[in-house]
Design a protein around this ligand. Structure first.
Ligand SMILES: Nc1ncnc2c1ncn2[C@@H]1O[C@H](COP(=O)(O)OP(=O)(O)OP(=O)(O)O)[C@@H](O)[C@H]1O
Length: 256
């Protein structure tokens, strides 16, 4: 069974068909990319999956459940985490606190229990900290754990953004342009982490990315979109060679 099934996904903003009849499946353990020129509708597909936008038409199924009608806050507890193109962290909190905030979606204790700091609360708190420490170790963030986000270089903030999503403990992670603004070396680190997310954490990865060298290196399959419409679906090599994809990119910058 597929982990994610998207059927005929469509959203119109006034006269703009931002996403128009997009269908694709993502298998458990797959690393899948959505590519396309600027304004193609890639981030809008992410916003539809994470229920920030309501589709005009179409359905989204996750792990056999129709999630099309769910609220945005119900998505993370199901096991879907995401990063944002424009990093969304708390600038005046530490790396550790930002990652711990990612865990809040799992809080099972009540406000009163928290205030009294009962054994159940202490146990839960310990579990959250253990999970966050695993993420810090995985992403090699030890040197930055008590630093404020605001003072960190862009490349490190980008990694913390991935960490915040991982701290949720998802089964599916949506990465919105994980390599944008990164150096070649930093992008290579991201490539290794994405592969390790699958191998060591059993994650399924859906990403939007412009950097075709990263896509080619890590992705099993790619969906190309333009003007909200699907253009081609297949391996990175098949999609890159597709005439409609090449035509869509004509006159735009593609990093290869
Ligand atoms: N909330 C919104 N209201 C109106 N139009 C929107 C909204 N969100 C997206 N759009 C429009 O939908 C289209 C697709 O935008 P989207 O951000 O999904 O593209 P993208 O492929 O992610 O582009 P980029 O690679 O530049 O990030 C654009 O024309 C955009 O202006």
């Amino acid at each position: 069974m597929n982990l994610l099934e998207i059927r005929d996904l469509t959203v119109h903003f006034g006269g703009v068909k931002a996403v128009d009849g997009v269908s694709f499946d993502v298998a458990p353990g797959e690393i899948f990319a959505i590519i396309g020129p600027n304004g193609a509708g890639k981030s809008t597909i992410f916003n539809l999956i994470s229920r920030i936008y309501k589709p005009t038409r179409g359905t989204i199924w996750f792990d056999g459940q129709d999630i099309t009608g769910l609220k945005a806050q119900d998505i993370a507890p199901l096991g879907i985490a995401r990063t944002f193109q424009n990093i969304e962290l708390f600038d005046h909190s530490t790396v550790l606190d930002n990652l711990l905030m990612g865990r809040h979606t799992h809080r099972k204790t009540s406000f009163v229990q928290d205030a009294l700091f009962l054994p159940k609360v202490r146990r839960e708190e310990r579990l959250h900290r253990e999970k966050v420490e695993e993420v810090i170790e995985f992403l090699e963030l030890e040197a930055h754990r008590t630093k404020m986000i605001a003072g960190l270089p862009y490349g490190v903030r980008k990694v913390v953004e991935i960490g915040r999503a991982l701290a949720i403990g998802p089964r599916l992670i949506l990465l919105d342009e994980p390599a944008s603004g990164l150096s070649v070396e930093e992008t290579q680190d991201v490539a290794f982490w994405i592969e390790d997310m699958r191998r060591d954490m059993g994650l399924t990865v859906l990403m939007v990315e412009h950097d075709m060298s990263l896509v080619t290196q890590v992705c099993d399959r790619v969906l190309a979109v333009a003007n909200g419409r699907p253009l081609a679906l297949g391996t990175p090599a098949e999609v890159q060679a597709h005439p409609d994809v090449q035509a869509a990119y004509l006159g735009t910058e593609v990093t290869a």
